[in-house]
Design a protein around this ligand. Structure first.
Ligand code: BES
Ligand code: MN
Ligand code: ZN
Length: 503
């Protein structure tokens, strides 16, 4: 991970060195500190605004270098327009956009969190600026031996000091949000990491590191899984040189004796998906290093919950395997018996994610009494056809859980769009030789995949499946994400827990 700016909060005061960031409202109006700086510089700021046609509109900037008569190196004025119209996500994006402008090795940037009418930003808004700045500064540049000169940030500021009257509230809000953004960044790191480095054992090792935060982590290898009869999961990894792993992570924020049912998250962790014997075409196959985005999200989420000491008992389970073609690999036509006892005919070895999840889902139901189960998987190309890279596909057997997820999606910007399940689709996955087959043909590919998973979930357990093939990798570049891997889902699920399942 690149060096990220250190965010701190202090009382409002007039900045005297380095870079000052001011917020301007409509008609480029500045707050009291901004006005004082304008005066002290002999009207440099207002003249520059006029010369540049800067109106203070949201998402526009005015950049003034070495302003006259001041000891500051630079004043960056960020337009916020009518600040009353800005929501949480706008403040976060603003932080991201600001950090993206400060890439020339600035030591310290001071954001003056005041509005034109002299009002101070809420602590939450100030904290969101800090979080946005950090998320936006993230780059996965571990393997760049020469730091490129044209790729931003060349040099993000080492410190972002946010000056606000609400500094105590801001610090508190930031600590909570920062735990979550660290989870998001951990998920990004895992997804960006190539499969020659992040093999199943290495993935398990990185999950184990969560124990330093108080997460209990246990790792099952192939021998243990064979004992549990997880033939469906094991079949996927049998063509790989690397041993498959099942990682179980427990965060007991309510204590182990709590009578509350735990919330359970399950992730698909295919560290590389060649397709197996049903091999994928070469073009773009490198993206399949990200086929563990669901598992990465679960690890990032467990990090977030533990780091902010969430009052919840949460369990994360990830099935980590590599899907390779080999003399030992499974074949189309093979029939495997899943841990649930249901037999599966493997029509296409590239529909491997559902084979991994089937056993992981059975495992969590046999082992725990889940309050709900949410699984995440980069499961189908078809969900990208349907929803592109903006929304994840959501399938649920429970309207309340679906509504909570939708609300958390709107609040965090990690959006979900509900897709249908229905017994009408079952005939598409009926097998001639086994209880079920692992593909449903050309149409409704994401739905038949979800309908397959549903066969491994007890109807009485609230369950949602998130197909994140479009949102977890090859992600849209936004103010807060300049990375191939977005870390999608950590913030969404943290919010779901915080708003509905804590205490
Ligand atoms: N990992 C892929 C899905 C995927 C595709 C994720 C593109 C991200 C980007 C999954 O294992 C897969 O190969 N699915 C097949 C299923 C088909 C064989 C029924 C697909 O979507 O083509
Ligand atoms: Mn596949
Ligand atoms: Zn896959």
């Amino acid at each position: 991970m690149s060096d990220l700016p250190k965010v701190s909060f202090s009382k409002l005061s007039v900045p005297t060195k380095g870079v000052a960031v001011l917020l301007a409202g409509e008609a480029a109006a500045l707050g009291p500190i901004g006005q004082a700086l304008d005066e002290a510089s002999g009207g440099t700021l207002s003249r520059a605004a006029k010369a540049a046609g800067f109106s203070g509109k949201a998402k526009t900037f005015l950049d003034v270098m070495v302003p006259a008569h001041l000891s500051l190196d630079r004043i960056l004025v960020a337009g916020v327009g009518d600040a009353g119209q800005l929501g949480d996500l706008d403040w976060q994006s603003l932080g991201g956009a600001i950090a993206d402008k400060l890439t020339n090795g600035t030591e310290t940037a001071t954001v003056v969190a005041e509005l034109p009418d002299g009002e101070t930003l809420s602590g939450e808004a100030a904290a969101l600026i800090g979080v946005g700045a950090k998320l936006s500064a993230y780059r996965f540049d571990r393997y760049k031996s020469k730091k490129s000169t044209d790729e931003k940030p060349k040099n993000p500021p080492r410190r972002i000091a946010i000056a606000t009257e609400a500094n105590a509230a801001a610090r508190k809000a930031f600590n909570r949000l920062d735990a979550v953004s660290d989870g998001t960044l951990l998920a990004r790191d895992l997804v960006n990491e190539p499969a020659n480095v992040l093999d199943p054992a290495e993935f398990a090792k990185r999950a184990k590191a969560l124990s330093s935060l108080g997460v209990e982590v246990t790792v099952l290898g192939e021998k243990e899984m064979r004992k549990l009869k997880m033939e469906s999961l094991l079949a996927v990894g049998q063509g790989s040189e690397h041993e498959s792993q099942l990682v179980v992570m427990r965060w007991n924020g309510l204590g182990k004796t709590s009578k509350k049912k735990p919330v359970v998250f399950v992730g698909k962790g295919v560290v590389f998906d060649t397709g197996g014997i049903s091999i994928k075409p070469a073009a773009g196959m490198e993206d399949m290093k990200g086929d563990m985005g669901g598992a990465a999200c679960v690890v990032g989420l467990m990090h977030a919950l533990a780091a902010r000491k969430a009052k919840v008992n949460a369990i994360g389970v990830i099935g980590v395997v590599e899907n390779m073609p080999d003399g030992k690999a499974q074949r189309p036509g093979d029939i495997v018996t899943s841990m649930s006892g249901q037999t599966i005919e493997v029509i296409n070895t590239d529909a491997e994610g559902r084979l991994v999840l089937a056993d992981a889902l059975t495992y969590v139901q046999k082992k725990f009494k889940p309050g709900f189960i949410i699984d995440l998987a980069t499961l189908t190309g078809a969900i990208i056809v349907a929803l592109g890279h903006e929304y994840a596909g959501m399938f649920a057997n429970d309207d309340e859980l679906a509504a909570q997820l939708s609300a958390a999606g709107e609040a965090t910007g990690e959006k979900v769009w509900r897709m249908p399940l229905g017994k009408e689709y079952d005939k598409m996955i009926e097998s001639r030789f086994a209880d079920i087959k692992n593909t449903g043909g050309r149409w409704a590919g994401s739905i038949t995949a979800a309908q397959f998973l549903k066969r491994f979930v007890d109807d009485k357990t609230p369950w949602a499946h998130l197909d994140i093939a479009g949102t977890g990798m090859a992600s849209p570049q936004t103010d807060i994400n300049k990375s191939w891997a977005s870390g999608y889902g950590v913030s969404l699920l943290d919010r779901l827990v915080a708003d509905n399942y804590e205490g």
